[in-house]
Design a protein around this ligand. Sequence first.
Ligand code: RP5
Length: 165
Amino acid sequence: MKKVMIVMGSDSDWAVMKKAAQTLREFEVEYEIHVASAHRTTSRALELAEGAVGRGIEIIIAGAGAAAHLPGVLAAVTPLPVIGIPINATSLHGIDALYAIVQMPSGIPVATVAVDGAKNAALLAVQMLGIKHTDLREKMVQFKLQMASEVDAKNEKVQQLNREL
Ligand code: RP5
């Protein structure tokens, strides 16, 4: 059963958004993925969000650039949590999308990650799913242990570099 729906405003967002898909694959979370635009295909975007619960979706990840209304529009019509990814797509380098996504009006939250933060969006989705799916919570524990051992290795490397000064 697909647990996550990934939506992006354009295929030009793919280079960033694919990192969310890759991360979900690493955790073996099933997902569906779509291009739908809040402005250019408004009905399609609403339809995707309105039907998400019926398809078994538990979390929505939405990325968009420019005047990035997609995550908020999806959040407006679903009870599911929406994680928003501001995409660096214009001469404002993602600040436009960041403000559009993070500054949601009271009542319609969007959990906003960093500009181009698609990997973190997927990790947050896994953590949310871990509230109910204990196998995913355990995978997150292992993921953090792995990260910690990588930092230990980096520390060892710097200790060695420092000795060689
Ligand atoms: C947004 O406008 C999309 O999410 C994309 O980041 C940006 C540019 O879209 P294209 O003109 O490349 O289709 O809606």
